[in-house]
Design a protein around this ligand. Structure first.
Ligand code: NAD
Length: 496
């Protein structure tokens, strides 16, 4: 593992820190403001562990102000714009994101620790694509005319916006998630109050500036970085919020589902995962190994659908495990702005501690095949790790780690593999590798998961629905399915 700090990387980091300190604000009902009570959040650089900025934080009074503005906007905000104008507003935001793509990429790399090459090539383009994609929807969302009630009755449905929604997101893909949640709300014509994670507020706060510049009706978008137990909980419980969208851990999702249930608020939950990536002996082994490496180490394993369980059939098990360990040991782990960094740090000291705890379980329960690496001593760095020979009930196999730790399991038969893959609590994503189309298709159909990749991994598109089953939640984000949560069909029986 190597790390080189060039003057370029130092310059990039300095620019990112300057941007982070450049007066970022909350967005309350479309207006950029500081917290009413002067609350702030510290921002840490995961690549060094240093505190690099302090930004306004939404406290309870800021939440209340945003809800008041959003309630007024249910009738007087989006209601004043027709569908084509909402589409134009989304295209304006996409153009502003495109104009400032470098600033956003720098802030994202600073805040999350992900390599700048990745935030430039993946996170920011995905955010732009999201507004582009949803900008096509408002004119295509409409109800039906239903031939019921005889010739003297006109029966039709109107797809009405659900009202005010709050959207609560995690820290692993902050700008992409923020863009998705706001764009979906704009497409459905419902005011959105977004709460980014407290650990990574920067890119969403920069987006707040762009949204303010896009000249939307008052009240329709608020962006409130704040603590979950404080601003987040208030948003879910607030009587002025009609529906909740949440992406985050299964434990918090469970709690929010209980609260929303008791208040009879619709909620959609994108929760954790422990995705099985299954290699049959007749697969393209080289391609499967390459894909398994990026499947687990992309974003330092902090991907809800990371391929964190690798199930390998007997005949190719030894070959796969040896090749994987060599690749993991050869990865360039480094700081976000260093040239050639393939994997950055994890997002926070707490996340690092969690990863280290599970590596400890790996040593206790199984065989760790990788070296612990020559890692930077400052920052939140974890080594790409592979653990084999684990008992089936090891926590390394059964629990989501959300870090660069891969559990490798061995199987013999098709049925064994189905049982192992479906044996976990989660059901977000999974993959199967086989050159036999029948095996691959039968396996894909047998898997309990929201998404199955066949001979590929980590394929995403904003047009394709995303979500899980079992402990990975319910509801779908992205694609046209996402708009179902944000609209309600109202039936009108009109006697002629
Ligand atoms: P988290 O559940 O701790 O926090 C997620 C968000 O919820 C944050 O904004 C946090 O402030 C907020 N929150 C926390 N407690 C709250 C409360 N009581 N009321 C309201 N809001 C509250 O999760 P995290 O650690 O930020 O993110 C990692 C988790 O997210 C992992 O489990 C990962 O699998 C999951 N995730 C899932 C998907 C998916 O699409 N299924 C995508 C990304 C991440």
């Amino acid at each position: 593992m190597t790390m080189t700090e060039t003057s370029t990387s130092a310059d990039l980091r300095a620019t990112a820190i300057e941007l982070a300190g450049d007066g970022l604000q909350l967005l309350v009902g479309g207006r950029l403001v500081d917290s009413i009570e002067g609350a702030t959040l510290p921002v840490f650089d995961p690549s060094t562990g240093e505190e690099v900025a302090s930004v306004p934080r939404a406290a309870l009074s800021d939440v209340d102000a945003a809800v008041t503005a959003a309630r007024a906007a249910v009738k007087n905000g989006w209601g004043r714009l027709n569908a084509k104008d909402r589409e134009a507003a989304m295209r304006r935001i996409a153009a502003l994101l495109d104009r400032d793509r470098e600033q956003l990429a720098l802030l994202e790399a600073l805040d999350t620790g992900k390599p700048i090459a990745m935030s430039r090539a993946v996170d920011v383009p995905l955010a732009i694509d999201t507004f582009d994609y949803y900008s096509g929807w408002p004119t295509k969302l409409f109800g039906d005319t239903i031939p019921s009630g005889g010739p003297d009755m006109h029966v039709y449905t109107r797809l009405e916006p659900v009202g005010v929604t709050t959207q609560i997101i995690p820290w692993n893909f902050p700008i992409f998630d923020a863009a998705g949640r706001i764009a979906m709300g704009m497409a459905a014509g419902t005011p959105v109050i977004l709460k980014p994670a407290e650990v990574t507020p920067l890119s969403a706060m920069y987006l707040a500036r762009l949204v303010a510049e896009a000249d939307l009706p008052e009240g329709v978008v608020s962006i409130l970085p704040g603590y979950g137990h404080d601003a987040g909980q208030r948003l879910v419980e607030h009587p002025g919020i009609d529906a909740v969208g949440f992406t985050g851990s299964t434990s918090v999702g469970r709690k929010l589902a209980a609260t929303a249930g008791s208040l009879l608020k619709p909620i959609s939950l994108e929760l954790g995962g422990k995705s099985p990536n299954v290699l049959f002996a007749d697969c393209d082994v080289e391609a499967a190994i390459e894909s398994a490496v990026s499947g687990i180490y992309l974003n330092a394993g902090q991907v809800c659908s990371a391929g964190s369980r690798l199930l390998v059939q007997d005949d190719i098990y030894d070959e796969v495990v040896t090749a994987l360990a060599a690749k993991a040991d050869g990865m360039r782990v480094g700081r976000a702005f260093d040239d050639g960094t393939e994997m950055g740090p994890v997002v926070s000291a707490a996340q690092l501690q969690k990863v280290q705890e599970y590596v400890g379980y790996g040593h206790e329960d199984g065989r760790v095949l990788t070296s612990s690496g020559d890692l930077p001593t400052d920052g939140y760095f974890a080594a790409p790790t592979i653990v084999a020979d684990l008992p089936r009930d090891s926590r390394v196999i059964t629990e989501e780690i959300f870090g660069p730790v891969l559990a490798v399991e061995r199987f013999s038969t098709f049925d064994d593999a189905v049982e192992l893959a479906n044996g976990g609590a989660y059901g977000l994503a999974s993959a199967v590798w086989s050159e036999n189309g029948r095996t691959a298709t039968r396996f894909a159909h047998a898997l309990e998961a929201g998404t199955v990749w066949v001979n590929c991994f980590h394929q995403y598109d904003i047009a394709v629905p995303w979500g899980g089953v079992k402990a990975s939640g319910f509801g779908r984000e992205r694609g046209k399915e996402s708009l179902g949560h944000l609209t309600t069909p109202k039936v009108v029986w009109n006697a002629l």
